[in-house]
Every structure is written in structure tokens, then in C-alpha cells.
Ligand binder design. Sequence first.
Ligand code: 5GP
Ligand code: MN
Ligand code: MN
Ligand code: MN
Length: 272
Amino acid sequence: MPSRAWRRMSEKQTFKTVAPLNIHSPVKPDCLRFVCLSDTHSKLHVDDMSKFYVPPGDILLHAGDFTMKGRPLEIERFNEALGKLPHKKKIVIAGNHELSFDDSLFTETNCFGESIGTVERYLKTKGLKSVRGLLTNAIYLQDSMVTVCGINIYGSPWQPRFCDWAFNVIRGEEILQKWNWIPENVDILITHGPPVGHGDVTKAGINVGCVELLNTVQKRVKPKYHLFGHIHEGYGLTTDGETLFINASSCTKGYKLCNPPIIFDVPLPPGQ
Ligand code: 5GP
Ligand code: MN
Ligand code: MN
Ligand code: MN
């Protein structure tokens, strides 16, 4: 019951909403600019990128749900769109819509509207073993970390169970086990779903974020930035005084691609 938990927890929490940086603002000196997207749901197309402005920057981050069903064609289109963007590095995680990225679903037949045989034959023609190989223009993180200019970025696709899509896990002990894999030296944490209390309120007005994720962020990992999406209507920035929480859902609840990308600048560590 995340809503009830948050009601109790919030009495002892610092909580502030934060205004986003203007996406046309110049990059601060000696900083790396991060540009955040999430939940683009196969709406980011090469041919009409002018309709959805993605500002330039050094590193593009995407917090999952880049497709509707994780079909190879959707992944390829997304990869092509990434290829047109100017950022030096693009870091991507999967969300619950990337069905083909979840190994536990990939073993079943017809789990995402295309039979597993069709997908496997298609991958074989490309010399690939998994759909991850289709993301040639991105660094794909799944319970793993990459270090860019001394900044540690960790990505994880899991979210509390809802409708049995990809990377769904039960709240409590089971999902905590996934968060326990996050190392403590993370500067930017990317998860698909929000923690409880930050960018996690649905249209019905209830908090649906993960209690264990907030505890992990606040008590153990303490990253400077926590990026996520998933609850489209929770788009925006908040802080607890230590971590900046960014719900960068690019699509609205009605899957319209119109929430602007969110940017932030990170000072380069000494020597970088
Ligand atoms: P998606 O299907 O793209 O993962 O999520 C789309 C929408 O489904 C969200 O914006 C939110 O309204 C709803 N949703 C996703 N996960 C949950 C959840 O755990 N609980 C509730 N109540 N709604 C959810
Ligand atoms: Mn830390
Ligand atoms: Mn989504
Ligand atoms: Mn989602």
C-alpha cells in the first residue's frame, strides 16, 4: 500500500517541487549536460523529430518504455532515431513495455504479438542472439553501471507488479533484492518506475511508487540524481534535499509525446 505508506513517511520527509531548467539555457562551464527522456513509446521517429524537440547535450538518458510491445521493428526505429541525435553517448534502460528484453517472457510463445520463432529467425538474419543487439546506438543498462567522465550511472528496469508486463516484481522483499544490487557509489540512478512520494501520483490521486526504492535511495545509495518515468502523469522534478528526483515521462497518460525532455548539468569530477 504505497499511498498509505507515503502518508505516514511524508511526515518526516523534506519534499519540494523543483522548476526545470530551461532547455535552451547554455551549459554551465566545466559541466556535462544530461538530457533525459522516458516513455517515448515508439513515438520518436526519424522523419518527424522536429515535432518533438530534443535539446543537444553530452549524454542522453532514457528511462524505459521506448516501445509499446518490444517488437524488433519498434526497437530498430527507436535505435534509428537515437542515431540521428547529436549526443555523444546515449544510455537506455528497458521498461515494462519492452517485453522482448525480459528473458523470463522471451521463453514463452506469442508473448508480445509475434511468435518467438519469428523474432529468433529475424535476430539470426542479423547475427544477433538477443534484441539488445538491435540497440547499436545506445549503451543498454540492465542491473549494470557505466562510468562516463568519472560519473557513475546505474540502470535497472524493475517495477512493482502491475498488469504482468515485463520486469514486474512483487513489492517488499522481492523487489528489495533487485535494489540491493545497486552499488553505493552511484551518482545517477535510472529506474523505470518512481520511488514512493516522488513523481508517482496517478490520475486517481494515489501514490503508486516503490517504498523499497525510496528507502534504498535515501538510506543507502544517496545518488545526486534519480531518473525514472513509468507514471506518465507524474512528469516533473522534486527533491528531498539530497537527491533530485526526475520523472521525465515524455508521453502523457494518453500516450501523446509532448512533455519536454528534462536537462541537468553535472560538474565534471577533478581531472576530467
Ligand atoms: P505504462 O503502461 O506506460 O507502463 O504506464 C502507463 C500508465 O499506466 C501510467 O501513466 C499510470 O497511469 C498507469 N500505471 C502504470 N503502473 C501503474 C501502477 O503500478 N499502478 C497504477 N495504479 N497505475 C499504473
Ligand atoms: Mn552514494
Ligand atoms: Mn510508459
Ligand atoms: Mn511503464
